[in-house]
Design a protein around this ligand. Structure first.
Ligand code: BES
Ligand code: MN
Ligand code: ZN
Length: 517
């Protein structure tokens, strides 16, 4: 952990990070690894070919190694688990007498699409918890996209966070040996970077708000910047004041831990354009004086999920060889309550001068985002801006809890986001920037009103649109998918890190700005 920000009260004691699995490649992984009995799991794939269940590569070798007819095991369990080779179904067969392997896992791989690999990896992650080593031939069947999907599923399905006296409930598998030659090392390295970004975003969002405040988040950004060789700049409350960031200051005013604006810069040689990413970094959202009911406040430590995604993405760009310049901005404040809190009826002046009448202090996200977007348009002047925020509860009503929503004023950018999301295993649905609701943003005294009301996700997006200075822009509202109520595929109950994989999938392309006006 780096030295805490001088102007803040960052608690010294922080939860320990649980380590993610470590990966290596081996041409024939099953023969690998010392590992004593009970600590190694060997996994082979089950596929459906012409309607028949078949065991994939490594099965015959493994049958010999453990002295078990795995085909017979599969047939015997035809009524359970891997009955149809369903991706994500795992049947484990204990091998108690074997000197090395604790168990053999038969893993459903469906038709071996990337999605199947992701699910298989995630399912396997749960089976191998608390084991030392996983050896698997599954990736012998994978193309590059499949290998990445498997590593992402296995890593993120392993995600753990704890702050318990006696350690984590379960530990991710320590070591994973994958089938694959040395020629695939670069594919593996990129997969680890993408999975690591998802992990980091989840970690940041899971840390409780008695530790996580704007200065703490800025320290985390500094750490990430140090690892990835990014330039970093942090505005404290004094600098925010002198530069006119009225939205961020108003929202953060009542908190004992003052707001911050974080800027990270990734600048590759011969950059093919410049993108700004903006993330919402509300480290806790009480709703302010327009206070949230207790129930609605429980998960609000993760109202900085968009900011976490921006930090995590920035930290992974170099490893993915992203060809464009990227500037990450995180507008961070705690929306607290106190005698100094901003009030309904207050008028605030954003960066650049546009004013907002605050009719609801719980619509704080758009106030901090507006400042950062206006700064991006005025000072950074990129070719495109993409923002990500847990902005509106309305998104949950519109899309449920497994699909993220996005808005865009540029068709090429819109298509890029959707296709990158589909590849990365994060589904986004486009929402309309419906002009017919623009009148709802009108205020009697200011340029805009922050509590324009229903349709909530759309009026929030329309509010933000005023600050992007006409740049090509996409707005990702991930309130619907920021938090998983339970384990599901590669999601673990709690923060999902949703959006990190999509943005990286987009930004690592040869020409992310292709077709963008
Ligand atoms: N952080 C919330 C949005 C949210 C709600 C995220 C539930 C995740 C789960 C945001 O700041 C908020 O409170 N939005 C209000 C806006 C309204 C007051 C105009 C909302 O959506 O209710
Ligand atoms: Mn709010
Ligand atoms: Zn919020």
């Amino acid at each position: 952990m780096v030295a805490p920000d001088e102007n803040s009260s960052v608690p010294a004691q922080v939860p320990a990070q649980v380590p993610a699995p470590a990966y290596s490649l081996h041409a024939s992984p099953l023969g690998e690894g010392e590992g004593s009995a009970g600590t190694v799991i060997a996994a082979v794939p089950v596929l459906v070919e012409d309607g028949e269940l078949v065991l994939g590569p490594g099965a015959a070798e493994l049958s010999d190694l453990v002295g078990v007819d795995l085909l017979a095991v599969l047939e015997h369990h035809a009524d359970v688990g891997v009955d149809s080779g369903t991706p994500g179904e795992v049947h484990t067969h204990a091998t108690p007498d074997h000197p090395r392997f604790a168990a053999v896992a038969l893993v459903g791989l469906g038709s071996a699409e990337p999605e199947d690999f992701r699910r298989a990896g995630a399912a396997l992650a749960r089976v191998v918890k608390d084991r030392d080593t996983l050896l698997t031939t599954i990736t012998g069947l994978a193309d590059d996209a499949g290998l990445r999907a498997f590593v992402v599923g296995l890593t993120l399905g392993s995600f753990e966070f704890h702050w318990r006296k006696c350690g984590a409930k379960a530990q991710p598998v320590r070591r994973v040996v994958l089938a694959g030659g040395p020629g695939r090392q670069s594919v593996l390295d990129k997969a680890i970077a993408v999975a690591g970004a998802g992990w980091r975003a989840r970690f940041l969002a899971t840390v409780p708000s008695n530790i996580k405040n704007p200065a703490w988040l800025a320290d985390q950004a500094r750490t990430a910047a140090g690892e990835a060789g990014l330039k970093v700049q942090v505005w404290d409350e004094g600098q925010l004041e002198s530069d006119g960031f009225g939205g961020i200051l108003a929202v953060g005013r009542a908190s004992a831990t003052p707001p911050r604006l974080i800027r990270l810069d990734y600048s590759p040689r011969r950059a093919r354009g410049h993108v700004v990413l903006v993330g919402k970094g509300i480290t806790f959202d009480t709703g302010g004086l327009s206070i949230k009911p207790g129930e609605g406040m429980i998960s609000m430590k993760r109202d900085m999920s968009g900011g976490a995604v921006v930090i995590a993405v920035m930290a992974a760009l170099k490893a993915l060889g992203c060809p464009v310049r990227v500037t990450g901005l995180v507008a961070s404040a705690e929306n607290a309550i106190g005698g100094d809190a901003y009030r309904p009826g207050d008028v605030i002046r954003h960066y650049g001068g546009r004013t907002t009448e605050v009719t609801n202090t719980d619509a704080e996200g758009r106030l901090v985002m507006a400042d950062a977007l206006a700064y991006a348009a005025a000072k950074v002047k990129p070719d495109a801006v993409v923002d990500i925020a847990t902005l509106t509860g309305a998104m949950k009503v519109a899309l449920g809890l497994r699909t993220g929503g996005y808005f865009a004023n540029d068709e090429a950018l819109a298509d890029s986001i959707a296709s990158a999301g589909a590849c990365a295993g994060e589904n986004f649905w486009r929402m309309p920037l419906a002009e017919e609701y623009e009148h709802k943003l009108a205020s009697k005294v200011a340029d805009g009103d922050n509590g324009a009301g229903s349709p909530g996700a759309i009026t929030a997006a329309l509010f933000l649109q005023h600050f992007v200075g006409g740049l090509p822009w996409a707005h990702l509202d991930v309130a619907s998918v920021g938090d998983a109520p339970e384990d599901y595929a590669e999601w673990t109950a709690g923060p999902t890190g949703f959006g990190a994989r999509t943005l990286l999938q987009w930004l690592e392309r040869d020409d992310p700005l292709k077709g963008v006006r």
